[in-house]
Design a protein around this ligand. Structure first.
Ligand code: ADP
Ligand code: MG
Length: 399
């Protein structure tokens, strides 16, 4: 689960991490009032969306020259003007995709004088099993270009979970940032606090870009992005409360209500499968035959007809879906239950795209009979390969 920058800064602040003072605002008047509570003379108005690249982004409704999603202001009135322009408009950044994201919240914070911008993040390194710092002296808005063109300027430092964070990790981070003396001490302490926050709150990713050296010789986190391990959220009710559903895919929220594992993808073949492994295999074989899956969907082992119907409705509600492939291996899950679920859903929402069904396993004969007798226009398939070829053909993909 991801949270907004202002929420991430609240979390970091509670661990003693240096971040600028600031206040969230839901409308232009609140933004102006927020500026009134800050010392000035420079304020920064920041669009709060779950995507980076805001500084270099632009608003769909305002055009490229009107300014991006991070703007400097020199008075409370100017803060209000920027806020009024940004709110309810659509910010397009390299990370939002061409559709952009509507800005519903802002963060107004104290402007910092920046002498240098660094990059510092923490993530779980799957190759080593360590929580690792990723560090670069070349922070700021062009970190993607640095990663691409000069990857040697990005260093990774793993922390062995057996020891946890040690002073030498802090010194290594400071060295990687090219800092000495008091700044090296600040960097070491900062790294320790970030590590503590990361572990204590079950984070998956914590990115500070930029970490800056201010004009008065202090390190400060000017941007913060946090991703949490969703499986650990029951341990952190205060974090779970920060969830902003308007930032998430509506289909994924609906799926989580029915306890379905669903992830929206870019293709046009909707998939309903039981078991994560079979779902991955189904997506692979669709690709292999020249198609593209519109989603990953695992209805789980012991799904009921209602759950199957909910899953089917989520798939058909996606306007990108040009065909549906149901691939069920009946084990604990019975094929007749799946068949009933599909028919219930089709009766309710209709079926305007081709549907290929491959059933195998427990009660397969009953399942097939239910579908045949329903009079639905279903293309049946005998095995996975056959099913994938049929659906790719039905949506008009290459075969
Ligand atoms: P994004 O990564 O989405 O573009 P950032 O929060 O990193 O958003 O802001 C973009 C840039 O704006 C930063 O690299 C920094 O140069 C500048 N900036 C952000 N916050 C402040 C601040 N409080 N004071 C001064 N400059 C800031
Ligand atoms: Mg940033």
């Amino acid at each position: 689960m991801h949270i907004h920058e202002y929420q991430a800064k609240d979390v970091l602040r509670s661990y003693g991490v240096p971040v600028p003072d600031g206040f969230a605002a839901m409308d232009a008047d609140e933004a102006k009032a927020a500026a009134g509570k800050l010392p000035g003379p420079v304020f920064v108005v920041k669009a709060q969306i779950h995507a980076g690249g805001r500084g270099k982004g632009s608003f769909k409704e305002l055009g490229a020259d009107a300014g991006g999603g991070v703007r400097l202001a020199r008075s409370a009135d100017e803060v209000r003007e920027h806020a009024a322009q940004m709110l309810n408009n659509t910010l397009v950044t390299v990370q939002t995709g061409p559709d952009g994201k509507q800005v519903n919240r802002l963060y107004v914070e104290a402007g910092s004088q920046i002498d240098k911008e660094f990059y510092l993040s923490l993530l779980v390194d799957r190759a080593t099993g360590f929580t690792s710092f990723v560090v670069s002296t070349e922070g700021g808005m062009d970190i993607e270009a640095v990663a691409h063109e000069t990857p040697e300027k990005i260093l990774t430092l793993g922390v062995d979970p057996a020891t946890g964070f040690m002073p030498h990790h802090g010194r290594a981070v400071a060295k990687a940032l090219g800092l000495t003396g008091d700044l090296a001490k600040q960097a070491g302490a900062l790294a320790g606090k970030l590590y503590t926050a990361f572990m204590a709150r079950d984070m998956e990713m914590l990115e500070i870009n930029p970490l800056v050296l201010t004009g008065d010789g202090e390190l400060r986190c000017l941007d913060a992005k946090i991703g949490f391990d969703s499986n650990a959220l029951p341990r952190h009710p205060d974090i779970a409360e920060m969830r902003d559903e308007t930032e998430e895919d509506a289909k994924e929220i609906e799926a989580s209500r029915h306890d379905l594992s669903y992830i929206a993808l870019d293709g046009d073949i909707g998939c309903m499968v039981n078991g994560a492994g079979l779902a991955m295999g189904t997506m692979d074989i669709i690709k292999y035959h020249g198609g593209a899956p519109a989603n990953f969907l695992d209805v789980g082992g012991g799904a009921t007809a209602e759950k199957v119907a909910a899953a089917f409705k989520i798939i058909t509600a996606d306007p990108n879906v040009k065909g549906i492939l149901v691939n069920i291996f009946g084990g604990i899950m019975r094929c007749d239950v799946i068949a009933e679920g599909i028919i219930t859903a089709v009766k309710e929402v209709g079926l305007s795209v081709p549907l290929v069904v491959r059933l195998e396993g427990t009660n397969v004969a009953e399942g097939k009979k239910i579908i045949e007798e329903s009079g639905l226009n279903v293309i049946s398939a005998d095995d996975l390969d056959d099913a994938a070829q049929k659906i790719v053909k039905a949506v008009g993909g290459s075969n």
